[in-house]
Design a protein around this ligand. Structure first.
Ligand SMILES: Cc1cc2nc3c(=O)[nH]c(=O)nc-3n(C[C@H](O)[C@H](O)[C@H](O)COP(=O)(O)O)c2cc1C
Length: 170
């Protein structure tokens, strides 16, 4: 099987889109403030109800993978269909800083994690890493859910199918 065949097959799996977020604390308390980091992901899933566990798969060496290796508290915002611009921006490779991106995206800070939670998301979950499993070129990060809220109106989800963001037709 070639990489292209694998990609083509997986592109036919429709997925919801989330923004994974975490707060990177400042190394020097007297220096510049820490930075919020975000990453668009489709590899998010529910794992267990009791205890409540979720999983996200992060590319090894991505900024989020590096950050969550040090910082066990993170959050997920389940994106609604009007948030495709947010998804596109937080998927860009080699972007200089996420600070400017977060400045233009309304959000609050999760009380349990300090991570940004997007206004208008369909749902938000705050998590604490329980387990990290290396799987090929990705890390499976399994988190215990600390909080789960429904901040936005009950609108349609943002989905990703065959390489494009889609709106769910009812
Ligand atoms: C729709 C979509 C879904 C994605 N899902 C994942 C994912 O589940 N895991 C992952 O590691 N990267 C995923 N990515 C890629 C990351 O968003 C992207 O590599 C990252 O934001 C760029 O930062 P980096 O340079 O640190 O990798 C996805 C990208 C898109 C457009």
């Amino acid at each position: 099987m070639s990489e292209d065949e694998f990609r083509a097959a997986m592109s036919r799996l429709a997925a919801g889109v989330v923004l994974v977020t975490a707060h990177e604390a400042a190394l020097d308390p007297d220096g510049p403030r820490g930075e919020d980091v975000g990453m668009t992901a489709t590899s998010f899933m529910s794992v267990s109800l009791d205890p409540p566990l979720v999983l996200v798969s992060l590319r090894e060496g991505s900024r989020m993978d590096d950050l969550l290796a040090e910082q066990p508290r993170w959050a997920v915002s389940v994106l609604s269909d009007h948030q495709h611009t947010v998804a596109a921006r937080f998927a860009m490779r080699n972007r200089v800083s996420d600070r400017l991106l977060f400045d233009s995206v309304p959000h609050t800070r999760g009380e349990a994690t300090g991570a940004p939670l997007l206004d208008g998301a369909l749902a938000t979950l705050e998590c604490h890493t329980e387990q990290r499993v290396t799987a090929g070129d990705h890390t499976l990060v399994i988190g215990r859910v600390l909080t789960a809220t429904l901040p936005g109106p009950d609108t349609s989800p943002l989905t990703y199918f065959r390489g494009r963001y889609r709106q769910l037709s009812q």
